[in-house]
Each structure stands twice: as structure tokens, then as C-alpha cells.
Design a protein around this ligand. Sequence first.
Ligand code: UMA
Length: 466
Amino acid sequence: MNEFQGKVAAVIGLARAGAPAAKFLAEKGARVIGFDGKTRENLSAEALELENRGVELVLGQHGFAGIEVCDLIVLSPGLKVHFEPLQSVIAAAEARGAEVIGELELASRFCPCPIIGVTGTKGKSTTTKLITEMLRACGVDAIAAGNTGTPLIEILPDLGPESWAVVEVSSFQLEKAPTFRPKIAVLLSLLEDHQDYHPTLGQYWETKLKIFANQGEGDWAIYNFADELANDNVRRYFSLDRHGVGVNVTRPHRQFFELDSFGYWSEDGFEVILHKEALPLRGQHNINNIKVALEVVSVVLGDAMDAELTINAIDAIRNFQTLPHRLEIVAQKDGITWVNDSQSTIPDAAIAALKSFPAPVTLLVGGRAKIEAEGYLGLMRAIRDQKARLILYGEAAEMLYGVALSLDMENLSIFREKTLADAVRTAKIQSSKGESILLSPACASFDQFTSYEHRGETFRQLVRDI
Ligand code: UMA
């Protein structure tokens, strides 16, 4: 119970991941020092409450005072470990023998059940939710956690030996997770992203592959065959003998998807349960996510996965509620479909969104670009090919307009606006009955909003008011 008795632990960052990690360590007997760059006035009630549990808070411009006495340092996932000042703090701590790990590593060491880890640049949250709901529909005690919002450390008390923790895993969490070993590890996609956190694109992708690093005999590595980079990288990774001896490396097979439908094979042939047109999730990328999720479910259930359980799992897809801000239809007004895909912060996400709705589409793109201008060429080509109307807004509007011009797109309808509100107004004026208006910004939200959720909620409100 008191594994950390006599130890001094630091937790850096006291928000969604760090606050429960500090609470956990204090409960296990450690002396805990919680660091956060926020001042007391800006800290959440949950973080302040830690003081009642004996956690010493070091806030504001703290300069990491007191960290030199800590045996263990637990990092929140969002901390930039490759940049100063943290890089030197970590190096000094490790040099004097302290252990530096992330919240996911800490939590996984105490997880009483097998973990399904789901990573990939795109599709993580939806696939994590799909796996969890399908497993639950099949009678398995599956609980979702991780990057999706609730950290693993917070759900540990709800898990038992028969449970399965379905953990959405970000590359940030894999940075300091030296023994993290999911029983089933999933890689969905590798795309260009997070260049403000990872030093290079290669380092970002390598970090994602660390989800497989500790897997061994009897574990499963599942990848999305449809994503070329995920496919190539996983195969390359496991072809090197030093990795994953005895790991079952697999991809979705055709056992649950045939003739554009989900179902199963019986003696009479393929029994259709759900046609792709009836799916609550749009787009080919989501069909791929469902295929991967079904593969995971079949691995968990093994021989028990009979026709009845397959029907239960596929029924869970039928009843799936789309996650907010991901191709979420927020209104049908005057014959126009309004779609909130605010979670799209990279061009590939906007391309996938564009492909998920029939033309004519009006696409709202803008915000703060996370990658260089050339990175948007593919999106502009997709817009040109689909003859979509394009409304650019926010900080990146001029840069994106330049990319469009470089592809001779002047003949297409391109508008430039300042704010999202202006963009919504123009979209409404330009669109007609039977069309879709899609907010899939392909950029971060931080030029005008505090988060992509804030941007999506603002969009929802603007559409309501129009
Ligand atoms: N802080 C410092 N010093 C710093 C930076 C931050 O003290 O140099 C403090 C901040 O003041 C704040 C806290 O650290 O109080 C924030 O920590 P955090 O950024 O790790 O955020 P959390 O709220 O703990 O949320 C984290 C994940 N955040 C990130 O990875 C950026 C959440 O993923 C995750 O849901 C949550 O843990 C629970 O597991 C969000 C995310 O944006 C959704 N993830 C990225 C993505 O999906 O693209 C990877």
C-alpha cells in the first residue's frame, strides 16, 4: 500500500493528468511536491485541493525549486521534454539517479488488468471509444482512458483483474514510458503533426512506434493496413529481430467486412449486419478505424467470438454516438448541413473530412498553422479536385491563400475572412440547399480560441444563431 513511503516525488504540471498523479503518489505514502507554472489564482480547485492531502505546491515562476531532492519525477504529457528549461532539469535529475517518467508509465505500473493501447496521429479517440463500446456490448468490463481526457491513473480504482483498460496513447505520453507494455497495441496512422513538440518528424513517428517497444510473447500489435506509413513502419519495426520476439503482428482481415458491409461468415456465406451507408460514422477513414476496432475485439474475445457476440459488437457500432468536434453534424438548416470538425488541426484531417461529404461542400479552413506552407499543398489539391468552395480565416489565411494561388486555383471560389464568425456568415451566404458547410480548419485554434473544443463550441453557437 505504501510503495512510496520515504520517497520524495515531484509532479510537474497539475492539470488533468498531473493532479490525479500527485494525489495517487501522496496516497501511496510519498512526500509529493507539485510544480505548476500557473499562479495560485489560476490553478484549478482540484489542484489546490492537493494541499489538503499533504502535497506541497510550488507555483508560478518556480524555477523548479526543491526538485533536486526528488527521487521520482512524474511529468504531465503536455510538457515539452525536448526543450529548455525542462530538458536540462530532466538531464540533471537523471544524472543524479532520479527516475523521470510520465503519468502513463506510473499508472501502467499499477494497472491490475491488461491494457489496449491505441495510438496514431488521427483516429485515436474514435477507435478507443469504438473498442470500449464494442467490448462492453460483448460483456467485457472495458474502460476507456488516456489522451481521450481521463488519465489512466484516475481510473485505476475502477479496474479489476478481469477488466481491460482501453487507453488512447499520444506520442507525448510515450516519451517517458520506458516499461509501458500494452497487451494489445494499435497503430492507426502516421501523419505530419506536433512539430512544436517533437524536434523532428522522424522523432515523432519513432516515439509513436514506442507503443510496441516492450511487447513480447503473447502480445498483439495491430496496425491499420490502409495507412501506408503505419503499415510500412510497423512491418519494418517488427522485421528487426531485436524487437517483439513472439509478438503477434496483425492487421484487420476480411472476416468482418465484405461487400461494403460489416458482418460475419457463416456456412451460408457472409451474413450482413450493417451496411456502410447505415454507419453513424462518416468517411473511409472511419471504416478503417472500425475494422481495426473489430480486430481488437476479436483478439480480446478469442474463440469466444461467435456469431452472437459479433452481432453485439456490430450493434455497438450502429449505436455509436459520434464524438463532439469530429465530423459532428451540428445542424440541418434551410437544406444545408453544418458540420463541426474542429478537432481537425492538420491538413490530412481536412482532406479526410472533405472526402466524407458529397460535393458541393464549403470548407472553412484557418487558425494557427502547425506546419509549413508546403504541408498544405495536398489539401489544396483535394479542394481543387472536389471543386469545393474555400473560406480561409484567421492567422493562417494569407499563407493558405498563397498556397492556393501557387496551384492556380484562382478560378475556384476562395474567400478570405478575419474571424470564424465572418467565415460562417460568408459560408451561409454562398451556400445553397443540398450543400454542406464543413468547419475542418487544418490548423490549431490558438489564434482566436483557447482550444479546439472552444472553437467547435463557438462554431455550434454561431450556426445556432445564424
Ligand atoms: N504546465 C507547466 N509548465 C509547462 C507547461 C505546462 O507547469 O511548461 C502546466 C500547465 O500550467 C497546466 C498543466 O501543466 O496546469 C497542463 O498539463 P498538460 O498540458 O499535460 O495537460 P493535461 O490537462 O494534464 O492533459 C493531458 C493531455 N494534454 C496534452 O497532452 C497536451 C490531454 O491530452 C489528456 O487528455 C490528459 O492529460 C489526460 O490524459 C489532450 C491533448 O491535447 C487532449 N493531447 C494531444 C493531442 O491529442 O493532440 C497529444
